[in-house]
Design a protein around this ligand. Sequence first.
Ligand SMILES: *Cc1c(COP(=O)(O)O)cnc(C)c1O
Length: 413
Amino acid sequence: MEPESSVPSQRPSRKNYSLATELVFIDNSDGTGVRDLYNASSIPIYQTATFKQSSVSRMEDFDYTRSGNPTRSHLENHLAKIMSASRAYVVSSGMSALDVVARLVKTGEEIIAGDDLYGGTNRLLAFLNKNFDIKTHHVDTTKPDALLPYLHPTRTRLILLESPTNPLIKISDIPKIASIVHERCPNALIVVDNTMMSPYLQRPLEFGADIVIHSGTKYLSGHHDLMAGVIGVKNEVVAEKIYFTINATGCGLTPFESWLLLRGIKTLAVRMEKQQANAIRIAEFLEYHGFKVMYPGLRSHPQYDIHNTMSRGPGAVMSFLTNDVEISERVVESTKLWSISVSFGCVNSLISMPCRMSHASIPAAVRKERGFPEDLIRLCVGIEDANDLIEDLYSALVNANAINVIKQNGYTH
Ligand SMILES: *Cc1c(COP(=O)(O)O)cnc(C)c1O
């Protein structure tokens, strides 16, 4: 028999430390940890599909790994604490997390989402529309009022936000959107895909969101050596529905991957601090040379102030424009230290042209309609020495003649 409910996280009150401390502090005595026979400092990998029961009728904490596993539960309790969630769940990928949350929506109900969403999320929403008659309205969520025409008191079920968006680095005022929506649509849940910020920099459940999602593949793990998805939930009733779907569809994270993700999370603060410090220097360097840079750490960002009310930093992903697709291609291909790669959140630095890579699945006409410049270069800054990164980028920009062209022509965007 499988339990219909997840193992509850019992979290009696104790002193809360700052997040950098909480990331490494796993206190088994307060109920956030899972009981381990030998008090292991690193929670073991319970590599088992089944657990023995002491009798036919007695249910233990765990019986079958699809439904629950100590390594996974331990990680989930730790994540709930870090995300300020009442419950957290880990699944096989970020897309799986979005799929599980999307299953809260029934045929005929509607989703409102941003217009600069992760490519995989766009694909999932298109699939739901085609096969299940679940409509998504894409709006520019940088303007909270843009949601108003689409809000319906009963039909609206999910509001799906990213802030900053990727790769246009647009900011949504999450508290404002949450209050507008909660007032008009009691049935609607605010879902924030917070992958780009990580819980270290931004915790949307603390300012109005109902559900937070992370691709654990990115900053939480930090090394591009695993895939995982994280769901943090505020409300217990919603949490039980999420758990039901995970158990029913069998997408819970494996014990080994859970262990590896837990290991990555411990260094999130130091990685993020270093990546962000590097990113700030690189953004300033690019802006100094005349490039149009999209990064919420620059005062030139139109939503600099709003971002700072929600987050404790600008993160380590930015985009910039060269004004010329061929020049952008040459810049990307001339770097030596920056790997040409999709994704972000890894300890090493990555460079990409989203319109040719991560966002190529969005039709060119739609990219144009959403104001997506084809020459856009995205940088995902790692933990290397900042001078090395800047030197390598500078050589690539010189090699591609990008600096001269920008100096002469300025912007036409
Ligand atoms: C990567 C990513 C996802 C998908 O996560 P996977 O782990 O690759 O499935 C979802 N949302 C955002 C914002 C992402 O960056």
